[in-house]
Design a protein around this ligand. Structure first.
Ligand SMILES: CCCCCCCCCCCC(=O)SCCNC(=O)CCNC(=O)[C@H](O)C(C)(C)COP(=O)(O)OP(=O)(O)OC[C@H]1O[C@@H](n2cnc3c(N)ncnc32)[C@H](O)[C@@H]1OP(=O)(O)O
Length: 192
């Protein structure tokens, strides 16, 4: 049987404008939580992904593959690469739309090996919104913004209320997150 390509974003999704308080093009997004494996600076073996808003509903992120990220000798582990895309897509959705959301589904296509020492340049964009569902996709290129594509990903994010984090998360970590000042509640649309 021939596999039919599904449209992306799916029928019914609408283009989503950036939130009025979303950071503008050129803004560095920084660390959203210091213990985050994707972007936090407290975890020596983390990805230390860094992101900058680009034009449109697009964010450019990059991270350098270290020995902490290996699967096969000298090559990035696919699961770690998926983590980098989860972070890059999540930070794009969170910062541009300013609606709390979590990853419901993440698809990755691994097109080329990613060696230790290389830097992956990830361009992620919001593709559309349908109800509580946010569709986003990203391309990861090797060692330059116009380098060869090594990984592609698509994510479905589902808008949630703050109780998702307060009822399932660790209260001490949530308190630390609040003390770090992100997100500033007034700058977000909280209820899905
Ligand atoms: C400045 C700071 C920046 C912030 C920067 C943040 C960066 C961090 C990046 C990392 C982000 C993460 O890893 S987040 C962590 C990983 N993800 C999680 O732990 C999520 C675990 N899953 C859940 O909690 C739940 O399943 C939810 C919330 C996703 C959905 O549950 P729910 O609230 O009961 O809603 P539910 O009715 O099931 O789903 C709502 C709609 O989405 C659809 N839907 C739900 N899941 C799926 C799915 N896998 N595939 C297809 N569709 C799905 C449903 O069919 C439905 O469509 P319809 O009927 O409406 O049409």
């Amino acid at each position: 049987m021939t596999k039919q390509a599904q449209p992306w974003p799916p029928a019914g999704a609408e283009p989503a404008p950036a939130h009025p308080k979303a950071p503008g093009p050129g803004s560095e997004l920084g660390v959203h939580f210091t213990e985050c494996f994707g972007c936090g600076d407290e975890l020596e073996g983390g990805l230390h992904l860094r992101s900058t808003v680009a034009d449109g509903l697009t964010v450019r992120s990059r991270f350098t593959v270290t020995k902490n990220h290996q699967g096969a000798p000298g090559l990035a582990h696919g699961g770690l690469l998926a983590c980098a895309f989860d972070e890059a897509l999540g930070t794009t959705v969170g910062n541009l739309l300013r609606r709390p959301a979590v990853t419901g589904r993440l698809e990755t296509d691994f097109r080329r090996p990613v060696p230790v020492g290389s830097t992956l340049h990830i361009e992620a964009r919001v593709d559309g919104v349908g109800g509580r569902k946010i569709y986003a996709s990203a391309d990861g290129r090797l060692d330059a913004e116009d380098g060869p594509v090594a990984v592609r990903a698509r994510g479905l994010f589902v808008m949630v209320g703050l109780e998702h984090f307060t009822s399932h998360g660790d209260p001490d970590a949530i308190e630390k997150f609040r003390e770090q000042g992100r997100p500033v509640r007034e700058d977000w649309d909280i209820n899905p």
